[in-house]
Design a protein around this ligand. Structure first.
Ligand code: NAP
Length: 294
C-alpha cells in the first residue's frame, strides 16, 4: 500500500475541538448558547443512528440539542408546522430535518420551509443559490468536509483537475461549487457519463459520491491522485453480518492513489464535525456576531 491514508476521524476531532472552544467563548463572552434542533420522522434505523450521534456531538460541543421525533404517518402539514415553530424558536439556531422522509412528504417543500439562516444542512435553495453565486452561505456538511480533507493534503487546489462522480443536490453539486471556488478545474460525472474510468483517470482530485459499493477500482485512478470516498454502502459480510464499504475499492485504490480516505473513518466523521461548525456559524449569523475563523 503506497497511499497516505487521510485520517478523517483525527481531522474531525481537531475541528470538533476548535468548535467546542468557540462555543465556550460565545457562551462566556456573549451569553450565546448555540442550539441545534433535529427532526426525525419514522423509525429508519440508519437515520436513528445518525440523529443520535449528531445530538450527542452537539451536547459534547457545549451546545443545546433538541430532538423532535414524529411518527412515519405524520402529514406534510404537521411536519411543516414543526419546522415553522423551530423557525420562530429563539433558542434554536440550526434546524436539520433528517432525510429520507416518508413518501407522503415532499422533501423539497420541507427544506424550503426552513428559515435559510437556520439551514445548517445548507440544502435550502437560498443557500444553494448563494453558494453558486459566490456569496456567503451555509454550505452542505459533506462537501464542506470533503474540501477540508483534501486541503489536509493540498495547501492549494488552484489549477488541479478535479473529477466529481455524482451530481446530487446534497453532495455532488455543492462540492462542484466549492471546488470552483478553490480554482480547481472541475468535471462532473454521473450515470450517463461515457467511459467513466477514462474521465476519472484525468483527476488529480477524485471524489466518489455515487452509492455503489467499491465501483472505483485501481485502474480508474491516476497514479498519485487524491481520492475522497463519500460512499456509505452496507454489504453482506460473513455469516448474517454486514459491513460498510465506500464507493472506492479501498485496498487496490490505495496502491495507485497518493492519498485516500478510508470508509469508515474518512468523510463520515468530518460531515458531523462540519454540522457542528455550521451550527456555530448559524448562531453567530443570527446573533449578528462575527463568525469564528475555524
Ligand atoms: N459520508 C457522509 O457523511 C455521506 C453523506 C451523504 C451521502 N453519503 C453517501 O454518498 C453516496 C452518494 O450520496 P448521494 O446522496 O449524493 O446519492 P444520490 O442522490 O443517489 O446520487 C448519486 C449520484 O451518483 C450517480 N450515479 C449513480 N450510479 C452511477 C454510475 N453507475 N456511474 C456514475 N454515476 C452514477 C447518479 O447519477 P444520476 O444523477 O445520473 O442519477 C447521482 O448523481 C451514498 O453512498 C451516500 O450514502 C455519505
Amino acid at each position: 500500500m503506497t497511499a497516505r491514508i487521510i485520517d478523517g476521524k483525527a481531522l474531525a476531532d481537531d475541528l470538533f475541538g476548535k468548535v467546542a472552544a468557540a462555543v465556550q467563548r460565545l457562551t462566556q463572552d456573549h451569553g450565546l448558547e448555540p442550539g441545534l434542533a433535529v427532526v426525525l420522522v419514522g423509525n429508519n434505523p440508519a437515520s436513528e443512528i445518525y440523529v443520535r450521534s449528531k445530538s450527542m456531538k452537539t451536547v459534547a460541543a457545549g451546545m443545546r440539542s433538541s430532538m423532535h421525533k414524529l411518527p412515519d404517518t405524520v402529514t406534510e402539514d404537521e411536519l411543516l408546522q414543526v419546522v415553522r415553530q423551530l423557525n420562530d424558536d429563539r433558542a434554536t439556531h440550526g434546524i436539520l430535518v433528517q432525510l429520507p422522509l416518508p413518501p407522503q412528504i415532499d422533501p423539497h417543500k420541507v427544506i424550503a420551509a426552513i428559515e435559510p439562516a437556520k439551514d445548517v444542512d445548507g440544502f435550502h435553495p437560498v443557500n444553494a443559490g448563494r453558494l453558486a453565486t459566490g456569496l456567503p452561505a451555509l454550505v452542505p456538511c459533506t462537501p464542506l468536509g470533503c474540501i477540508r480533507l483534501v486541503k489536509s493534503v493540498h495547501a492549494s487546489l488552484s489549477g488541479l483537475e478535479a473529477v466529481v462522480i455524482g451530481r446530487s443536490n446534497i453532495v455532488g453539486k455543492p462540492l462542484v461549487q466549492l471546488l470552483l471556488g478553490e480554482n480547481a478545474t472541475v468535471t462532473v460525472a454521473h450515470s450517463k457519463t461515457r467511459d467513466l474510468p477514462a474521465v476519472a483517470r484525468r483527476a488529480d482530485l477524485l471524489f466518489a459520491a455515487v452509492g455503489r459499493p467499491e465501483m472505483v477500482t485501481r485502474d480508474w485512478i491516476k497514479p498519485g491522485a487524491t481520492v475522497i470516498d463519500v460512499g456509505i454502502n452496507r454489504v453482506p459480510a460473513e455469516g448474517d453480518k454486514s459491513r460498510v464499504v465506500g464507493d472506492v475499492a479501498f485496498a487496490e485504490a490505495a496502491e495507485a492513489a497518493g492519498a485516500i480516505t478510508p470508509v469508515p473513518g474518512g468523510v463520515g466523521p468530518m460531515t458531523i464535525a462540519c454540522l457542528m461548525l455550521n451550527t456555530v456559524r448559524a448562531a453567530c449569523g443570527i446573533a449578528g456576531l462575527p463568525e469564528p475563523d475555524l
